[in-house]
Design a protein around this ligand. Structure first.
Ligand code: IMP
Ligand code: MG
Length: 369
């Protein structure tokens, strides 16, 4: 992953030059289609829009003018609030079609002010073309005629956009890299929904999944030495020895050093394992952030596991092995939860109901870590 540093902050590529150029080309095509034959003046807003304006204007295939505007913002009195003053509007736009070119429309406050002041020049019509648009931040209701790309409400730099004056020269768009390193343990009895919720958490927070069960099952499938060893323990619903599991996990962690975090699924299963993984992760300066425990009643657990057993996905989802797995969970695994409770890292989540509702609760917990 390509990253850059500005004022000590780390940014990573979120939109590549290629994607940007494709999106700009689409807007240029639309403008060529819609405005050919009209008397058009392009009004890019400095500084940010210079890059977009240049790429758009070189693709315009009809005769048109271009004249750059600049905005100056200052805070007015409490009744007038924040004011954006447009300067540089000296081109005669009366009766013409103007296209305001902007790098980004965020809240829409700036653009609303610009539109108002451009309108005073009595153009025949005003079209708005923005390179980026943040729909989640937009609080206004004016119509935007051309949008190259819609983006989430994150701070970005590159392709004309700056962070404290820098970063405008990059050809790609970069998003600030979240410095929050997430190391989550997802916890719960067999059938509590660990795999299902992990999948969503991983997608949302870009974490690396460390499911000891999946890793072991993959080893068994490949019939590797670890796999053969593990198989003996797993088919009886028992535990694979700590040494094997821990070394496998550390291997995966070393393979993914640049990750924004990990989610441990199905591990640690004993207090001893918890102590050891805690020590190892502290050594790597990646301490465990929290344990998310999915709470599901025993009857519901059994029902879910029997259901899953019918699909034949897992050899250990048969009724008597299920009983054994739940029993082991209560005897050996449940104390792990208490271990993290004592550290103030336990977050309990009600694990019955709609998958999306459970996930929303988990999201709330993670945002507050
Ligand atoms: P507004 O909220 O739509 O008025 O946008 C105000 C200005 O904030 C834009 O013209 C940009 O200069 C700046 N801006 C908004 N979002 C970003 C961003 O993610 N990166 C860099 N500048 C931004
Ligand atoms: Mg701007």
């Amino acid at each position: 992953m390509k990253t850059i540093q500005i004022h000590g902050k780390e940014f990573e590529v979120s939109i590549t030059e290629e994607k940007i150029q494709q999106a700009v080309q689409r807007v240029a095509n639309d403008l060529n289609r819609d405005l050919r034959g009209k008397e058009v003046v392009f009004l890019p807003i400095l500084n940010g829009a210079f890059m977009f304006a240049s790429d758009i204007f070189r693709r315009i295939e009809f005769d048109a003018r271009i004249s750059f505007l600049k905005t100056e913002s200052y805070t007015g009195t409490s009744s007038t609030g924040h004011i954006t003053q447009v300067i540089g509007l000296n081109e005669n736009i009366k009766g013409k079609t103007v296209v305001i070119l902007e790098d980004i429309i965020d809240s829409g406050l700036t653009m609303e002010n610009v539109i108002e002041q451009v309108r005073a020049g009595e153009p025949a019509e005003i079209k708005i073309a923005t390179f980026l648009f943040k729909p989640d931040a937009f609080v206004k209701d004016f119509h935007i005629d051309y949008i190259a790309l819609k983006i989430p409400n994150d701070f970005i730099v590159g392709y004309g956009l700056d962070y404290d004056g820098f970063g405008r020269n990059y050809r790609d768009i970069y998003t600030v890299k979240s410095d929050k390193f997430l190391n989550l343990l997802i916890f719960g009895a067999p059938g509590a929904g660990k795999g299902t919720q992990s999948k969503q958490i991983i997608e949302r927070y870009n974490l690396v999944h460390l499911s000891t069960g999946d890793i072991l099952r993959a080893e068994i499938e490949q019939n590797s030495r670890i796999g053969q060893l593990a198989k003996r323990y797993m088919t009886n619903g028992g535990f694979v020895p700590d040494e094997i599991v821990l070394s496998m996990i550390m291997l995966k962690i070393m393979e993914n050093k640049g990750a924004s975090g990990f989610i441990f699924d199905g591990f640690p299963r004993t207090v001893e394992q918890a102590r050891r993984i805690d020590a190892l992760m502290r050594e790597e300066s990646m301490p465990i952030s929290a344990m998310i425990a999915l709470e599901v009643g025993t009857e519901e657990l059994k029902r879910r596991l029997v259901e899953r057993g019918k699909t034949g996905r897992r050899a250990d989802d048969t009724p008597d092995i299920i009983e054994n797995r739940i029993k082991i969970y209560h005897e050996k695994t449940a104390p792990v939860k208490e271990y993290y409770r004592e550290q103030g890292k336990l977050r309990e989540v009600h694990g019955e109901g709609a998958i999306e509702d459970i996930f929303r609760n988990i999201e709330g917990i993670i945002e507050n870590l």
